[in-house]
Design a binder for this molecule. Structure first.
Ligand code: NJP
Length: 237
């Protein structure tokens, strides 16, 4: 309660549900997305009575856009307590089919975006001596899959980044953790949410609940990682 969160990728899917559930806990929100859809999430939340909601259209892979997000958050609420690095993109192709441009793009959003957003909130969190940075990584950061080399590589990179960051900032009271889902029914990789063939997959609610749990854990508690997958998804872990 009375905390302020930046949630990236809140236009749809997991990020939108995280925004809704944080708002229900009384958290003030800055919502980030690279398309105008982000204003749709702001409108819906405000219509549900969550007036402390501000949408900022920004591409997390661009440093100046990210700086604008944090400036807006500080101007609006005066502090940043929680960052949820949720925005991410992915595609599934063999190594041979993957173009250099596709490889670069997925790294720019999934890795550079997480780096830029995390870096940008650190001055405010250090000054407050309090903060929580949560990244939605993936269960593919724990194993490998064929035809997903670029996406898998980004999530391994994010895992390494978050581990280093965690050790750097703990002396400032900043907690860092990842939520690593298996298959979640969203719009990810040009899919649609709610398709019948994804009935057995995780739902956005499952992941949003994990984020809320992590963000609302008492100060003495630290959750490094939560790996969550559909019971129907069988793989070695
Ligand atoms: O995907 P989707 P999810 N700057 O496509 C935004 C991870 N994950 O909810 O830019 C700012 O429904 C985009 O908004 P917009 C996954 O890797 C998923 O499933 O306005 N925002 C939208 O709100 C990712 O990290 C599964 O179009 C940008 C959002 O990102 C996270 O879960 C499995 C942006 C994507 O919504 C959320 O993905 C897994 C940018 N440059 C991990 N680019 C799964 N679904 O199965 C995109 O292991 N966005």
């Amino acid at each position: 309660e009375n905390q302020t969160a930046i949630v990236t990728g809140a236009s749809r899917g997991i990020g939108k549900e995280i925004a809704v559930q944080l708002a229900q806990k009384g958290v003030k929100l800055v919502l980030v997305g690279s398309s105008d859809d982000i204003f749709g999430t702001e409108k819906e939340l405000k219509e549900s009575g969550f007036n402390d909601t501000l949408a900022v259209k920004a591409d997390i892979s661009q440093e100046s856009d990210v700086a604008r997000v944090v400036e807006e958050a500080k101007k609006q609420y005066g502090r940043v307590d929680i960052l949820v690095n949720n925005a991410g993109v992915g595609f599934f192709k063999s190594v041979e089919e993957t173009t250099a441009e596709e490889w670069k793009k997925v790294f720019e959003v999934n890795v550079q975006g997480v780096f830029l957003c995390s870096k940008a909130v650190l001055p405010a969190m250090k000054e407050q001596k309090f903060g929580t940075i949560i990244t939605i990584s993936s269960d593919v950061a724990r194993y490998t899959i064929p035809n997903g080399s670029a996406y898998t590589a980004t999530k391994y990179a994010v895992q390494g980044f978050m581990g280093s960051l965690s050790q750097e900032v703990r002396e400032y009271g900043i907690r860092v953790g990842t939520v690593n889902p298996g298959m979640v029914d969203t719009y990810f990789a040009e899919s649609k949410q709610g398709l019948p063939e994804k009935e057995d997959w995780l739902k956005v609610n499952d992941i949003a609940q994990a984020v809320v749990y992590m963000a609302s854990a008492p100060k003495h508690m630290m959750i490094d990682e939560m790996v969550i997958h559909p019971f129907a998804q069988n793989y070695p872990i």
